[in-house]
Design a binder for this molecule. Structure first.
Ligand SMILES: *Cc1c(COP(=O)(O)O)cnc(C)c1O
Length: 379
C-alpha cells in the first residue's frame, strides 16, 4: 500500500469533510440556498484575510486573480512597480506586459526577501506608479516577504499595494487591514484546503478609488461587476458553486481551529522542517522561509528528480521540484493547509530513507529527532 501524501505547495491536501461536499447535488446558483452559502463564506473569508472588505470570489485559478488585479487597478499605459523575487513575482511583469502596462521590475535575488528600503527608493523614483505588486509567500523559492513593512511604506504614497497571497493566506500571519494591503489575493488549492478552481480578491477603499476611476478593459474579470454583486452575496456569472460548498466546509474547519492557531501550526511545521533538514546536512534555500513550504538545496551527488521519484515510489509522498532558473537545484516540500506536524515528521522520515537508498550520507532518524525536538519545545 502507498498512502498518498501530497506534500506540494499547491495543490495541497484536502480534508475528507471538504471532499464530501463535492459529491452533493448541484443546486441553482441564484437560489436562496446558494445565497446563504455565500453569506457564511463571506464571513469566513473576512476572518481568514483579517479584513472588513468584501472578499470577491472568482472561478479561476490564482493567476486569474492576479490578472484581475492588474487589469482593474492600473489603466492601460499606466505604470506599476513589481517586487520581483521569483517565478511567481515575475508573472506580475508578464501580466502587465500583456495588458500594455509599464512594469518597473525591482529585482531581488531568488531566495532573498525583498528589502523594504528599496521599495521606498523605487517609489521615490517612480512617483507616477499606480500600484506596487508584491508577494506574501514566493512559492518558487519558499520565501516569505516583509509585507507588513512594505505596506507601511506604500501607504504613505498614492500607489496601492497589491499582494499575491496565493500560497501565503491561511498559512502565515497576514492581516490585510492592519498591514495596509490594498488588494490581497488567494487561491483555493493552497492553504485554504479546497481543490483548485477558485481565486479570491479582497479590495480595500484606496484600491476601489483607483478601480472606479477608469473603465477596465476586462469583462469576465471586471472587479466593479464582481464587487457590486458581492454586496448582494451573489456573483456576476455562474460560479463553481460546488467548490464554494467545499470552501464553506474548509472555512468552518479553519474557524474552529482559529486563524491565529492555524498560523502557529504552520510556523511549527516550518521550524521543525528546517531543523530536520539541517540535522541531515541539507540547507534550506531561502534566507527568510515562508511558513507554508520549505525549499531545500538538492544535496551533492543526487538529482532532485531521483529524490522526488524515490519518496513517491516508496512512500507515496509527492514533493515539488524547482521552477524557472532554479529547476533541478531545489526541492520544495509543502506543509500548508491540511498538513499537520506528523505529516512533516513522516516526510522527513521518507526523505531520510530515500537519501540513504540513493547513497547520500545521512543518518536515518537524525532529521526526525531534530524536528521532534522543535515540535516538543514549541508546545
Ligand atoms: C500557485 C501560485 C500562483 C499561481 O496560481 P495558479 O492557481 O496556478 O494560477 C501564483 N502565485 C503564487 C505565489 C502561487 O503560489
Amino acid at each position: 500500500m502507498r498512502k498518498p501524501r501530497l506534500m506540494t505547495p499547491g495543490p495541497a491536501m484536502v480534508p475528507e469533510e471538504v471532499l464530501l461536499e463535492l459529491a452533493r447535488p448541484v443546486i441553482h446558483h441564484r437560489s436562496e440556498e446558494a445565497k446563504q452559502v455565500l453569506v457564511e463564506v463571506a464571513e469566513g473569508l473576512k476572518r481568514v484575510f483579517q479584513t472588513k472588505n468584501d472578499v470577491l470570489i472568482l472561478t479561476s485559478s490564482g493567476t486569474g486573480a492576479m490578472e484581475a488585479a492588474v487589469v482593474n487597478v492600473v489603466p492601460p499605459g499606466g505604470k506599476a512597480i513589481v517586487l520581483n523575487a521569483g517565478h511567481f513575482a515575475a508573472r506580475w511583469v508578464a501580466i502587465c506586459k500583456a495588458h500594455g502596462i509599464e512594469a518597473v521590475s525591482l529585482d531581488t535575488e531568488w531566495g532573498q526577501a525583498v528589502d523594504p528600503a528599496q521599495v521606498a527608493e523605487a517609489l521615490k523614483q517612480h512617483p507616477d506608479a499606480v500600484a506596487v505588486f508584491g508577494t506574501l509567500s514566493e512559492t518558487s523559492t519558499g520565501t516569505g516577504h516583509p509585507v507588513k513593512e512594505i505596506g507601511e511604506i506604500v501607504a504613505k504614497t498614492d500607489a496601492v499595494f497589491v499582494v499575491d497571497g496565493i500560497s501565503g493566506v491561511g498559512a502565515m500571519e497576514c492581516r490585510q487591514d492592519d498591514w495596509k494591503i490594498d488588494v490581497l489575493l488567494a487561491g483555493s488549492q493552497k492553504a485554504l484546503m479546497v481543490p483548485p478552481g477558485l481565486a479570491f480578491v479582497s479590495v480595500g477603499p484606496k484600491a476601489w478609488a483607483k478601480i472606479n476611476a477608469f473603465d477596465s478593459p476586462s469583462f469576465y474579470f471586471n472587479l466593479k461587476a464582481a464587487g457590486a454583486k458581492a454586496k448582494e452575496f451573489d456573483t456576476p456569472y455562474t460560479p463553481a458553486h460546488t467548490l464554494i460548498l467545499a470552501l464553506r466546509a474548509a472555512l468552518r474547519q479553519i474557524n474552529a481551529e482559529g486563524i491565529e492557531n492555524v498560523w502557529k501550526r504552520h510556523e511549527r511545521m516550518s521550524d521543525a522542517c528546517t531543523a530536520g533538514l539541517r540535522a541531515l546536512g541539507i540547507e534550506p534555500f531561502s534566507a527568510r522561509p515562508a511558513e507554508g513550504l520549505t525549499a531545500f538545496v538538492v544535496p551533492a551527488g543526487v538529482k532532485d528528480s531521483q529524490i522526488r521519484g524515490k519518496v513517491l515510489e516508496r512512500f507515496g509522498v509527492t514533493l515539488a521540484g524547482g521552477q524557472g532558473k532554479i529547476k533541478g537545484k531545489i526541492v520544495r516540500l509543502g506543509h500548508m493547509g491540511y498538513a499537520d506536524e506528523l505529516d512533516v515528521v513522516a516526510t522527513l522520515a521518507a526523505l531520510e530513507a530515500a537519501l540513504s537508498e540513493l547513497g547520500v550520507a545521512v543518518e536515518p532518524g537524525k532529521g526526525v529527532a531534530a524536528a521532534q525536538r522543535v515540535l516538543l519545545a514549541k508546545n
